[in-house]
Design a protein around this ligand. Structure first.
Ligand SMILES: [Zn+2]
Length: 310
């Protein structure tokens, strides 16, 4: 039901909304580089339209001073939405990374928090099976940390999805009560993957992780993380990416050593976004490894979380 509504939303918006039409057309010519790490690949996408998101000031003062672009009253007049469970509105993202890119804000202006919203994320994934749903924590890439929202992009675009399905980098760490917990090895960025066909059983496992991780980062309003969730073969796959840092040192460097990269769910899913062409041209495989190691936990640290989780 939603699939049809969303595809009709796209065709209407791309016909009637000049900004969206232009930006989706430009995406067809976007430049991309491929970095081969052996068992997996990482793509770098040069996407100038994302400068606003990558360089967004997300400190409390800057956020408090700007009109919230996810609140209905401040949205462009051409933007249309589809209501989801009378709580969220599904919108076409006018600054796309994906060929089909959605922003899914809450109807209310409430803080970005995953606690008590994870179940809704699973509901969305099931309702939109041709999309992968993602969540960027308030200090991990959400450019509106004061307005709760998810995003979604068409399935199959991020290498992470295929890398999980191929199974070369993952092993089943535990399987009980219908929830599988998968461990990654050698993926440069620590990820915990849950898979199961029962929402009611996945939610408490996620909540347990969140509580445990809150104790690791007690000073944060929410422990730092990105989450990606999709639904296929009647099961959910949820990739949890705990974070150490929001932005790598390269982001704050000056002159030639600066790389304006602000990693969020899509970047860690294997499509790094560079809004500036100079960064796109000069970035190396070593830079990518270094950025992953700064912002993510390593395999040993993740193994410690897994032991506590089961
Ligand atoms: Zn708002």
């Amino acid at each position: 039901m939603y699939s049809r509504k969303i595809s009709s939303l796209f065709s209407t918006q791309l016909r009637e909304w000049e900004l969206a039409k232009l930006n989706y057309r430009q995406l067809e010519n976007v430049k991309s580089r491929e970095f081969d790490f052996g068992y997996f690949k990482v793509f770098v996408q040069f996407n100038p339209g994302r400068i606003r998101s990558s360089s967004a000031k997300v400190d409390e003062k800057s956020i408090g001073e700007r009109p919230c672009f996810l609140c209905e009253k401040n949205r462009p007049s051409e933007q249309r939405g589809v209501s989801f469970e009378e709580r969220l509105t599904i919108l076409v993202n006018p600054f796309p990374i994906f060929r089909r890119h959605l922003t899914i804000p809450s109807e209310l202006h409430i803080d970005q928090r995953i606690k008590n919203n994870f179940d809704t994320m699973l509901a969305l994934a099931e309702a939109l099976p041709s999309f992968i749903i993602f969540y960027n924590g308030p200090q991990c890439g959400a450019s509106a940390p004061d307005h709760f929202h998810f995003q979604a992009g068409n399935s199959g675009f991020m290498p992470l999805e295929k890398d999980f399905q191929d199974g070369n980098l993952t092993t089943l760490f535990s399987s009980k009560e219908g929830v599988e917990i998968w461990q990654w090895k050698g993926y440069q960025r620590g990820i915990i993957t849950l898979r199961g066909n029962d929402r009611k059983k996945l939610v408490p496992v996620f909540n347990h992780f969140l509580e445990m991780f809150s104790e690791v980062q007690p000073d944060r309003t929410e422990p730092m993380l990105n989450i990606l969730a999709d639904y296929y073969d009647e099961s959910w796959t949820i990739h949890i990416i705990p974070r150490k840092k929001h932005r790598p040192s390269q982001f704050f460097a000056e002159g030639n050593s600066q790389l304006l990269i602000s990693p969020a769910a899509v970047d860690l899913g294997g499509v790094m976004i560079t809004p500036r062409e100079e960064d796109f041209e000069k970035i190396t495989r070593t830079d990518l490894e270094d950025i992953f190691s700064q912002v993510c936990f390593n395999d040993n640290e993740i193994a410690g979380f897994l032991i506590e989780l089961v």
